[in-house]
Design a binder for this molecule. Structure first.
Ligand SMILES: CC(C)(COP(=O)(O)OP(=O)(O)OC[C@H]1O[C@@H](n2cnc3c(N)ncnc32)[C@H](O)[C@@H]1OP(=O)(O)O)[C@@H](O)C(=O)NCCC(=O)NCCS
Length: 332
């Protein structure tokens, strides 16, 4: 028989606060047209994107994360010392080690919180949220900060017509903590590594030769990704609703990964979401910010009053890997 005492965690977990940081520089489609042969009309009609934000030198992955996290902590009504875990999801922090999460945990003033980075592309927020929920229910932390942060402008080839207009920068953060009732549903998540070539870095860092190669960037097979997102991710979203035991009519809000407005429209149609469901369309002015996109969109919906605290929301992220994660949450 085991001599180990069972862990004592909270019965359930909930998102208690959210915060976002959008870089000060707003970049309209006209700037993208300086380097690719396209048009504002084409970009808007194919992706829904009108503007995005690009970070300056001071708006580092850590700096943006600290800004977003400060807002999330204030929104949750707790202090930084109460945070027992900091999870940072990013693919655009260029220093391999140490994890940027440790610097963020320190600068925020946590009391030596456990801190680590994860790499799960555009599903990173859902992956982080699932880990945070586990930590709280298992009892290894009372409050966990989940941060999605990207400087994708550093990994964008501005001469690539398939991606130059898509990506943006920013940080979104949530505080996850104890709850007396279920407020984060079961996560439906997974990976399809057989499709790893459809979204990838052009050149590995070890193979990159600055004398002949362009700086590494994210490249993708646009149509293949589009088809996968439209057909497969609607199924995953439905599975997350089923796992939470609710129907589309029970939803108040839908916050899909902000990759492309046509993908969002298609998912809304396939899921047969009723008119009353508020759909996040933050992609129009934020572009695709990968791991940051869901918390940023969540923050904006709450700030504008389009969604309110206590609403039931379906969130789904999907992207490079390919990976995905969907769950139903109660909004903070
Ligand atoms: C990137 C995306 C908008 C491109 O749209 P698309 O309809 O697939 O575009 P295609 O590459 O098939 O090209 C269609 C036509 O538009 C043209 N085109 C491609 N890029 C263009 C651009 N930036 N501006 C203008 N025309 C463009 C092509 O030359 C082609 O012209 P043709 O029909 O005369 O040959 C689309 O594939 C997409 O949204 N994919 C998913 C992207 C995504 O969300 N990725 C992240 C997931 S996490």
């Amino acid at each position: 028989m085991s001599k180990i005492k069972p862990s004592k965690g909270a019965p359930y977990a909930r998102i208690l606060g959210v915060g976002g940081y959008r870089p000060t520089r707003v970049v309209p489609n006209e700037v993208i047209l300086e380097t690719i042969d396209s048009s504002d009309e084409w970009i808007r009609s194919r992706s829904g994107i009108e503007t995005r934000h690009w970070a300056n030198d001071e708006e580092t992955v850590a700096a943006m994360s600290i800004e977003a996290s400060g807002k999330a902590i204030a929104d949750a009504g707790i202090s930084a010392e109460q945070i027992g875990g900091v999870i940072v999801s990013t693919v655009s922090h260029f220093k391999q080690t140490p994890a940027v999460a440790t610097e963020i945990a320190d600068k925020l003033g946590t009391n030596k919180a456990a801190a680590f980075d994860i790499s799960a592309g555009c599903a990173g927020f859902g992956y982080g949220l699932t880990l945070a929920k586990g930590m709280i229910v298992e009892g290894s932390a009372e409050y966990v900060l989940v941060i999605g942060v990207e400087r994708l402008s550093d990994l964008t080839d501005l001469e690539d017509r398939a991606t130059a207009f898509l990506f943006g920068d920013g940080a979104g953060a949530v505080v996850v903590g104890p709850s007396p009732e279920p407020a984060i549903g079961p996560t439906v998540w997974g990976s399809e590594g057989d499709k790893s070539d459809t979204i990838k870095q052009t050149v590995a860092w070890t193979e990159y030769d600055s004398s002949k190669d362009k700086f590494p960037a994210i490249t993708q097979e646009g149509q293949a990704v589009f088809r996968w997102a439209v057909f497969e991710m609607a199924k995953v979203a439905q599975q997350a609703l089923d796992a939470a035991g609710i129907s589309p009519a029970d939803l108040d809000v839908f916050i899909p990964h902000q990759a492309n407005e046509r993908i969002i429209d298609s998912m809304v149609k396939t899921l047969k979401l009723p008119e009353h469901v508020t759909v996040a369309r933050d992609v129009r002015t934020t572009g695709n910010t990968s791991a940051a996109s869901i918390p940023l969109a969540m923050e904006r919906l709450l700030a504008t009053g389009e969604a309110k605290s206590g609403d039931t929301a379906l969130v789904i992220g999907f992207g490079a890997g390919l990976v995905y994660a969907a769950t139903v949450v109660t909004l903070p």
